[in-house]
Design a protein around this ligand. Structure first.
Ligand SMILES: Cc1ncc(COP(=O)(O)O)c(C=O)c1O
Length: 391
C-alpha cells in the first residue's frame, strides 16, 4: 500500500469505497498514478471535469481571476458571478440565480424556494414535494429525504419531512400523490443518474407540466449531473419541450472547482429577500470565472459534437458481446451488462487503464469529458468491450 493510501485509510472518515488507485496528475482525458501509469478517464470525476484534467482554457480563466481577486464576501458586488448569472438567465430563460457550492446545496435552495411558493400561494400547509423513485438529489438531510431510494433513508432518521415519491414514467402515481397531499412542487432529473442512467419519457414530463399548470405547483429540474452540455443540450430539460420553474446545477459547470447554482424562473424570481439564504463561498469570483469560460465553449458546435460522440459510443456498444442494453442521453451513458457485475467491470477496466463509473441497477456508467478525442474514446471502448465480453 502506498503512503497516500495508508494516510487516507488512517485519517479519512470511511464514507467512500475507493478503488485501489491514487491519481497524482492528469491532462485532458488521461490521468496518471504515482508510477506514471496512464488511465483514460470515462468518468471525469463523476461528470465534473467538463473539459478534462487541467484544461488550459478553463485554467487560464481561473488563474486570471485569482490574480485579480480570489474571494470577497457577498456583502460586495463582483463581476464574474454577475456575468455568469446573466449568461445562465439569457441561455435558459430563467430570471434570477443563487450561487452556492454543491448540488445538494443548490437543491436545498430549490426546496426553500418551493416551500416559500407553497406558503405564499396555497397556504402554510402546502409544503409537500413529490420526487421520483430512484432519484438522487444529494446527501444533506433534506436532499436525502428528497432522494427516492429507501436505502438512503434508514440510517439518519428523522429526515426532513415533506417528501413523497412517485413512480418514474407513471403519471397515475403522481396524480395519486397530488390527491393525498398539498403539493408545492415536483422535483425530477430528466435522466436519473445515480439511479441507473434512465431517461424519463417526454410524455411523462409533459404530463407533469400540464398538471403543474392546472394545479399550480412548481417543477424543479435537478440538472446537477445532466446539465452543462452533458446530454447534448445546455440543459437536459431543453429536450423535453417544457419550461421548468426552478433549475439546479453543479458538477460540470465548475469544471473541477465547487459550485452549485439554483436558477429561479418567473414565478419564483422574487421569492427570496436579504437573509433568506446565503453562502460564504457562493458566487466565488475565481470559480465563476472558470464557469463562465466553460459556458462560453458550450456553443452549438460543441453540443452537436457531444451528440455525435454519444452516438459513436452507442454504435460501438450496441451489438457488443456482454451488453444487454444501453440507456441515457448524449454523453451520459448507462450500460447494462448481460451477466457480469458492473462493479467487477469497473475494477477490471481500471486494471487495463480505463476508468468507468457504476450506477444503481447494475449499470456501468460513462460520463466522459465533453472534449474527449475520438481516438482516446475508441481506445477506451475497445478495453471496455473486451472486459464486457469476458465470461
Ligand atoms: C442529480 C444529482 N443531484 C444532486 C447531487 C448532489 O451533488 P453534490 O454531490 O455536489 O452535493 C448529485 C450528485 O451526484 C446528482 O447526481
Amino acid at each position: 500500500m502506498n503512503t497516500i493510501r495508508k494516510l487516507d485509510e488512517t485519517y479519512i472518515a470511511k464514507t467512500y469505497g475507493r478503488f485501489p488507485l491514487t491519481l497524482v496528475s492528469g491532462k485532458g482525458s488521461v490521468a496518471k498514478d504515482p508510477e506514471g501509469n496512464e488511465y483514460i478517464d470515462l468518468g471525469s470525476g463523476i461528470g465534473v471535469n467538463l473539459f478534462g484534467y487541467s484544461d488550459d482554457i478553463w485554467k487560464q480563466a481561473v488563474i486570471d481571476q485569482l490574480d485579480a481577486l480570489q474571494h470577497t464576501s457577498n456583502l460586495y458586488y463582483t463581476g464574474p458571478c454577475a456575468k455568469l448569472a446573466e449568461v445562465l438567465c439569457t441561455r435558459t430563460g430563467m430570471k434570477k440565480v443563487f450561487f452556492c457550492n454543491s448540488g445538494a446545496e443548490a437543491n436545498e435552495c430549490a426546496v426553500k424556494a418551493a416551500r416559500r411558493y407553497g406558503q405564499l400561494h396555497k397556504g402554510e400547509d402546502c409544503y409537500t414535494i413529490i420526487t421520483l423513485k430512484d432519484s438522487f438529489h444529494g446527501r444533506t438531510l433534506t436532499t436525502l429525504a428528497a432522494t427516492g431510494q429507501d436505502g438512503f433513508h434508514q440510517l439518519f432518521t428523522p429526515l426532513t419531512p415533506g417528501f413523497v415519491y412517485a413512480e418514474a414514467n407513471n403519471i397515475d402515481s403522481v396524480k395519486e400523490l397530488l390527491k393525498k397531499h398539498k403539493v408545492c412542487a415536483v422535483m425530477l432529473e430528466c435522466v436519473q443518474g445515480e439511479g441507473g442512467v434512465n431517461a424519463l419519457s417526454k410524455e411523462f414530463v409533459q404530463q407533469i407540466a400540464e398538471l403543474a399548470h392546472e394545479e399550480d405547483f412548481l417543477i424543479v429540474v435537478d440538472e446537477v449531473q445532466t446539465g452543462n452540455g452533458r446530454t447534448g443540450t445546455l440543459y437536459s430539460y431543453m429536450q423535453y419541450d417544457f419550461m421548468p420553474d426552478i433549475v439546479t446545477t453543479a458538477k460540470g459547470i465548475g469544471g473541477g472547482l465547487p459550485i452549485g447554482v439554483t436558477m429561479l424562473g418567473e414565478k419564483v424570481q422574487d421569492i427570496f429577500h436579504p437573509g433568506d439564504n446565503g453562502s460564504t463561498f457562493g458566487g466565488n469570483p475565481a470559480v465563476c470565472a472558470g464557469a463562465l469560460s466553460n459556458l462560453e465553449r458550450l456553443d452549438d458546435a460543441m453540443l452537436a459534437d457531444v451528440c455525435r460522440k454519444g452516438d459513436l459510443i452507442r454504435a460501438s456498444l450496441k451489438d457488443a458481446k456482454g451488453v444487454a442494453s444501453l440507456s441515457g442521453l448524449g454523453l451520459m451513458i448507462g450500460i447494462e451488462p448481460t451477466h457480469a457485475k458492473a462493479a467487477d467491470i469497473a475494477a477490471k477496466c481500471l486494471m487495463k487503464g480505463v476508468l468507468v463509473l457504476t450506477a444503481k441497477g447494475n449499470k456501468v456508467r460513462l460520463l466522459p469529458a465533453l472534449n474527449i478525442p475520438d481516438e482516446l474514446l475508441e481506445k477506451a471502448l475497445d478495453v471496455l468491450k473486451e472486459v464486457l465480453a469476458e465470461e
